[in-house]
Design a protein around this ligand. Structure first.
Ligand code: ATP
Ligand code: MG
Length: 264
């Protein structure tokens, strides 16, 4: 389905992603972990074609994604929607309009300029918000919602594009544990019910273990682990995070219980 071959990104002398290889042969939910600067965001940005690879290739169902330009590149960006840590909503605009923004890629310039949306799209937007449990907030300004609710609006906006893949760059890093759980559960459900592939950069190991079918560990731009959550031993986690024997998983955790343990 999705294949990365020797994907590399350099910023001058600094190689952010070094010859990454990844083969995704069926829809799944993947968590990418690694310390700050490991290259996680750069990898997602290359996948979405927000940034160009320096060398290597991305293919999706046989199409060379790395070679797409113009409209074909924009089409790919809607089939491979991205959500971010800071939600990237338009704060003063109402929720449903933020979600409808997800369709702008395929609307004429004139219709977009005047924010004219077909009624069927408006209904769909509300259905998606309903599915995510936030339809009651549809007419509020985005900025009036909590962080967890705003991230669900961002997920709704992504779903509006009916993407095959959802890329999430630290989707829960700005949320409290409760909202983090709701957002991760929403992503998991979207994967299970719709068969969409989710690739999420995650801060914390326990989140990757709990929600993902597969974990990819990056260190210094290289993929150093690619396997099932249960194959990720503490020794391997230390290797990924470049930590010594004092490393404890609790230190990378946001869950209430683990935090309690760590503080006890
Ligand atoms: N636009 C850029 N220009 C120059 N260097 C960059 C740029 N973007 C990323 N880098 C560098 O590439 C490396 C990987 O960065 P990246 O943001 O992908 O890491 P990350 O794993 O997402 O880290 P974090 O967990 O802090 O988000 C870092 O050394 C970073 O400084
Ligand atoms: Mg990052």
């Amino acid at each position: 389905m999705l294949k990365l071959t020797d994907l590399t990104k350099s910023f001058g002398p600094n190689v952010a992603v070094k010859s990454a290889n990844l083969d995704i042969d069926r829809p799944c939910m993947i968590g990418i972990i690694g310390r700050s600067g490991a290259g996680k965001s750069t990898l997602l940005r290359m996948l979405n074609r927000l940034t160009d690879a320096t060398s290597g290739q991305i293919t999706f169902e046989g199409d060379d994604i790395t070679a797409l330009t113009g409209k074909a590149r924009r089409d790919w960006q809607s089939r491979c929607a991205m959500i971010f840590q800071q939600f990237n909503l338009v704060p003063r605009m109402d929720v449903v309009s933020n979600v409808l923004h997800g369709t702008l890629n395929r609307r004429s310039t004139l219709a977009s300029m005047f924010s004219i949306y077909p009624t069927s799209d408006v209904h769909r937007a509300i259905d998606i918000l309903d599915r995510l449990g936030i339809a009651e907030h549809a007419t509020k300004r985005a900025e009036a919602l909590s962080g967890g609710q705003q991230q669900r609006v961002a997920i709704a906006r992504a779903l509006m594009q009916d993407p095959r893949i959802i890329l999430a760059d630290e989707p829960i890093a700005s949320l409290d544990p409760m909202n983090a759980q709701i957002v991760m559960q929403s992503l998991r459900r979207i994967h299970e019910e719709d068969g969409r592939t989710i690739i999420a950069n995650l801060h914390t190991l326990d989140t990757a273990r709990r929600y993902c079918d597969r974990v990819v560990g990056m260190r210094d731009g290289k993929i150093v682990f690619d396997g099932l959550p249960e194959q990720l031993t503490t020794a391997m986690a230390r290797e990924i995070y470049g930590a010594d024997a004092s490393f404890s998983e609790a230190a990378t955790s946001t869950s209430i219980e683990t935090l309690d343990h760590a503080l006890a």
